[in-house]
Design a protein around this ligand. Structure first.
Ligand SMILES: [Zn+2]
Ligand SMILES: [Zn+2]
Length: 365
C-alpha cells in the first residue's frame, strides 16, 4: 500500500513542489534531454597572469562560475558553486596548480548557486576569510531574502523529494535510451544533491564590505566594489586593475538576467558605474568570459525591455499580451546573443523578465 504522500508524489506533488519554488530554481534545472552525464564540472580558462575563470559545465543543479586569483602567498576564489562537491572539485584542481592555501573566498551575492560550497574552503584552510557585502551577509540569514541563504537550504530540501519523484516518473515513461540515460544521471545528481543539502554546514561571511575595499593579497591588488543595486541589493564586483579583469557575479552574465530578487530600474545605472572601471575581460556568474563590449549589450536589454513594457502598458496591453508582444519585439536584437547555452536562454526567461519589469518598474511608477 502506498501512503498518501507517495500517491500525491506520483500524481503531481512533484510538479506542485517544483512550482512552489520560484523561477530561479526552475531556470537552473537542466532540461531533461540535455547532456549532463560524464562531463567535467568545470573548465579552467586563463584570463590573465595567474587569473583563471572556472567556467561551469551544465549540471542538473546549476553551478556558478568561479574566479581563481593566484597571489604570491595564497589563492583568492570568487564564489563557491551550489554544493560542496563542486567546490571540492575546483579546490582539487587549484591544488594541482599550487600548494598554497586559500586565503579568501569572496561571495558576489547570496544566491544558492554562488555560496553553498564555501564550507569546503573553510574546512580545508583554517583562517580563510569569507568576504561579502554587508547586504549579502544579512541576506544569507534572512528568511525572506530570496533564492539563497541558510533558510533557503530548507526550501531546497523540501523541494528535492518532488524533483526526485518527478524524475523517477519521467524515467518510467521515457522510451528513448539516450534520454532515459540522461534522466537517470539527473536522478543520481538529485539524490546526491539531497544528501549534500542534508549535511551542509554553511560557512558564512567573516568580513564585510560596505562600499569599496582594496585588498593587497600577496603582491596583487584586488578591489571590491559595491556599486548600487542590480541583480540583488548587495552585488559585489571584484576588480583587478592591473590585469584589467572584473568578476561580476550575476549582475552581468552571458545568460538572460534573472530579476526576481533584482532591481531592474537601477540595474543599468549600476552597470554604467561598473563600466567606468578600466577592464577588458568580464568573468560573469554564468556563461563564458566576455569582452567589455558585452556590458553595453546586456545593459541595452534592460533599457529596451523597460521602454517596451512601459509602452505596451500605456497602450493598455495585459501582462499576457505583453509577454508575447514584447518578447517577439525584442527578439531580433537579443534572442541569438542570449541563447548561446543550454541554460538561461532568451525564451526561457523573457516572459518572467517582462513580468518583473511590469511589477517592479511600471506598476510602481
Ligand atoms: Zn547564479
Ligand atoms: Zn544570482
Amino acid at each position: 500500500m502506498w501512503t498518501r504522500r507517495q500517491v500525491l508524489a506520483q500524481i503531481g506533488l512533484a510538479a506542485a513542489a517544483v512550482h512552489t519554488l520560484d523561477p530561479h530554481e526552475l531556470c537552473c534545472v537542466m532540461p531533461a534531454d540535455a547532456q549532463t552525464a560524464g562531463k567535467d564540472l568545470f573548465e579552467l580558462k586563463k584570463v590573465g597572469d595567474g587569473v583563471y575563470a572556472a567556467i561551469a559545465a551544465p549540471r542538473f543543479k546549476v553551478n556558478c562560475n568561479a574566479a581563481v586569483i593566484m597571489t604570491n602567498d595564497g589563492v583568492v576564489v570568487v564564489d563557491s558553486h551550489s554544493k560542496p562537491s563542486a567546490a571540492r572539485a575546483l579546490y582539487n584542481e587549484i591544488q594541482s596548480m599550487t600548494k598554497q592555501p586559500i586565503r579568501k573566498i569572496i561571495n558576489t551575492h547570496f544566491h544558492w548557486d554562488h555560496w553553498q560550497g564555501n564550507e569546503v574552503y573553510a574546512n580545508a584552510n583554517p583562517g580563510v576569510e569569507v568576504v561579502a557585502s554587508e547586504r549579502t551577509k544579512d541576506n544569507l540569514t534572512r528568511p525572506d531574502a530570496g533564492v539563497g541563504g541558510v533558510p533557503y537550504i530548507e526550501k531546497q530540501l523540501a523541494a528535492v523529494p518532488g524533483e526526485i519523484a518527478k524524475l523517477k516518473a519521467d524515467i518510467q515513461k521515457e522510451t528513448d535510451p539516450a534520454k532515459k540515460a540522461n534522466l537517470e544521471s539527473n536522478l543520481q545528481q538529485a539524490e546526491e544533491f539531497q544528501k549534500e543539502l542534508q549535511n551542509m554546514k554553511p560557512a558564512l561571511p567573516t568580513r564585510t564590505v560596505a562600499t569599496t575595499t582594496t585588498l593587497r593579497e600577496g603582491g596583487r591588488e584586488i578591489q571590491l566594489h559595491v556599486l548600487g543595486r542590480a541583480h540583488t541589493n548587495g552585488d559585489l564586483f571584484i576588480y583587478l586593475p592591473k590585469e584589467k579583469v572584473v568578476a561580476t557575479g550575476d549582475a552581468l552574465i552571458d545568460w538572460m538576467p534573472f530579476m526576481a530578487d533584482g532591481y531592474p530600474a537601477e540595474w543599468p545605472e549600476t552597470l554604467t558605474t561598473l563600466e567606468k572601471l578600466g577592464f577588458d575581460h568580464i568573468i560573469p556568474g554564468h556563461g563564458e568570459v566576455r569582452p567589455k563590449t558585452h556590458l553595453a549589450f546586456f545593459r541595452g536589454y534592460f533599457v529596451d525591455l523597460i521602454a517596451a513594457v512601459q509602452k505596451a502598458s500605456a497602450e493598455g496591453a495585459t501582462l499576457d499580451e505583453m509577454k508575447t508582444k514584447v518578447g517577439d519585439q525584442l527578439a531580433a536584437k537579443y534572442e541569438s546573443g542570449f541563447s548561446k547555452y543550454p541554460l538561461g536562454r532568451y525564451r526561457d526567461r523573457v516572459g518572467t523578465n517582462i513580468e518583473a519589469v511590469y511589477q517592479k518598474v511600471v506598476k510602481k511608477a
